[in-house]
Design a protein around this ligand. Structure first.
Ligand code: ATR
Length: 280
């Protein structure tokens, strides 16, 4: 029997860890499938994706820079993809409709709660950045009922835009927005770097005392791109610093569960990926 085909599309895509992650999931759960990386063509994204599904592709993950375009391309989408305004997981329903979901936020929350043992309930959280990545985190984070959630962004108007868009989900939480220069003082229990910038020259300049003594610093990216933020957090005395590799594995597990109806164990896969990718 020919295996079911899956893929991830992005540009660039050469260093994507998704094929390895999904191969490990398939092996672990005994699922018969292949998963490959495909280079997306900016001018032809929608037509390429539709063609791939016509050719029999069963599911597609979408990464930078196509998540918003994927959101516009699908015939229908989940509620959480609607909130994020972005799609990272596509499949085709029996009626032929291309369907989109966004598993990034759920993957982030699962990594935070399961691996790091952090319950956002009643805590103070600071998110740096107000782009697509932040938009994807707000629904699950607010759903976990923090006491306070501050969005700080270089362009404060964008932070305020998100504050307005998500005000209806804030319930008891104080949802605030600011610029990077006038951030409300800490300490925060969790500081998330969701900007496209590292720290230092041309990057972020952060005030001291943002992190509480048992605080967690979480960079959504992984590898060298996360290094400066995590070093800064370590120097500030953060109890835990982590890059986004755990989130990457968790969002993949969520996609795999949607496609295959089985949820893989993520801890052994995260350990294997850290080893082979040489990402400490
Ligand atoms: P993503 O989908 O990864 O969130 P994005 O939508 O392009 O990407 O958003 C990038 C984020 O990084 C934005 O919050 C951006 O700030 P602006 O809204 O002011 O552009 C932030 N960012 C990028 N470069 C930055 C820098 N050098 N310093 C501070 N913030 C930066």
């Amino acid at each position: 029997m020919t295996p079911d085909r899956y893929a991830v599309v992005g540009n660039p895509i050469g260093h994507s860890l998704s094929p390895r992650i999904h191969a490990l999931f398939a092996e672990q759960t005994g699922q018969h499938l292949v998963y490959e990386a495909r280079l997306g063509r900016p001018e032809h994204f929608a037509e390429d994706v539709r063609e791939w599904f016509r050719e029999g592709l069963r599911g597609l993950n979408v990464t930078v820079p196509f998540k918003e375009e994927a959101f516009r391309l699908v015939d229908q989408h989940s509620r959480r993809a609607g909130r994020a305004g972005a799609v990272n997981t596509i499949w085709i329903e029996a009626d032929g409709l291309l369907t989109g979901d966004n598993t990034d936020g759920a993957g982030f929350l699962r990594d935070l709660t399961q691996r790091l043992g952090f319950d956002p309930g009643g805590r103070a959280i600071l998110i740096l950045g107000a782009g697509g990545a932040t938009r994807g985190l707000l629904e699950p984070l607010l759903g976990a009922a923090p006491a306070r959630l501050v969005i700080a962004n270089r362009t404060p108007e964008k932070a305020r835009g998100l504050q307005q868009d998500f005000a209806d989900l804030a319930r008891g939480a104080r949802l605030e927005a600011s610029g990077l220069e006038d951030m409300p003082a800490g300490p925060y229990d969790l500081v998330i770097n969701a900007t496209a910038a590292g720290l230092g020259s041309g990057g972020l300049a952060l005030p001291p005392a943002l992190l509480g003594a048992s605080g967690i610093a979480y960079d959504l990216v992984y590898g060298p791109a996360a290094r400066r933020f995590l070093e800064w957090a370590g120097a500030q005395g953060a109890a835990t610093v982590t890059d986004g590799l755990g989130m990457l594995v968790e969002q993949a597990a969520e996609a795999f569960a949607i496609w295959r109806g089985v949820r893989p164990e993520t801890a052994p896969v995260l350990a294997a990926i850290r080893d082979t990718a040489g990402i400490g």
